[in-house]
Design a protein around this ligand. Structure first.
Ligand code: FPP
Length: 227
């Protein structure tokens, strides 16, 4: 049996709040620690021989429902984290991209996002896509609307290509913290993906655990509906 190749990895980073609570910290401490873990994962993906894209769920359209202080904290954290990570994007040869509706973010944060994208656009080891204010149903509905407005046929191919997330199927989806749901993440792109759910809370996740998961993925049988 030939081994599975992993080109596009997607991760739902979950469990920051529980990690903080277990330690008697406020929830935002968990987000801070969670943001740090991303560097280790980006390095791993950049060094991995076949991974081309890693898409990370950082903020969903539903996350606005969180307490105002937490939403504001996450926005500020994203801004400072991106600025701090720029040298590591360069070091790892990682390109930064986003998917989702960032127009709702502050002009300052939008400017930071645009600047990091621009400064890392030439890197080719891996593309890291942060899903920010992202909701998959909205992405699909908007793509279909654009096609309809242009009087173009809606087919699997045309709709897939019209999505904002680059239309490469996701090979492997990992969700941390033991929750087993998709939470409106990349519904279209995950159609044939392999899923892994780990009880590890995101701030405790590491490239070693990812490596172990990828090892299992590589040896799983993928039939794509065949026999
Ligand atoms: C889920 O934990 C985490 C998120 C809201 C998304 C991921 C956010 C980070 C990794 C930190 C910030 C990211 C960047 C890029 C700066 P949760 O709060 O839902 O945890 P819980 O389910 O235990 O409450």
């Amino acid at each position: 049996m030939s081994k599975n190749i992993l080109k596009h990895l997607a991760i739902i980073m979950d469990g920051n709040g529980r990690w903080a609570k277990e330690r008697g910290f406020i929830r935002t401490k968990g987000h801070e620690k969670g943001a740090e873990v991303i560097r280790d994962i980006t390095r791993y993906c950049a060094e991995h021989p076949t991974i081309e894209t890693v898409t990370l769920y950082a903020f969903s359209t539903e996350n606005w429902k969180r307490p105002k202080y937490e939403v504001e904290f996450l926005m500020k954290l994203l801004d400072s984290w991106l600025k701090k990570e720029l040298p590591t994007y360069h070091e790892f040869g990682a390109r930064f991209e986003t998917v989702g509706n960032i127009e709702g973010f502050s002009p300052k944060l939008q400017k930071t996002i645009a600047s990091i994208k621009e400064q890392t656009a030439h890197h080719t080891n891996v593309t890291q896509i942060l899903a920010l204010n992202y909701g998959s149903r909205e992405e699909i509905a908007k793509a279909a609307t654009r096609l309809a407005n242009r009087h173009e046929a809606i087919t699997e191919e045309s709709l897939g290509n019209e999505l904002n997330t680059p239309y490469t199927d996701i090979d492997l989806m990992v969700r941390t913290s033991g929750e087993q749901r998709l939470s409106n993440f990349l519904l279209w792109q995950l159609s044939y993906s392999e899923f892994f759910f780990t009880p590890t809370l995101w701030p405790d996740f590491s490239s070693q655990e990812l490596d172990d998961i990828i090892d299992q993925y590589t040896n799983r049988e993928r039939r794509f509906g065949g026999v």
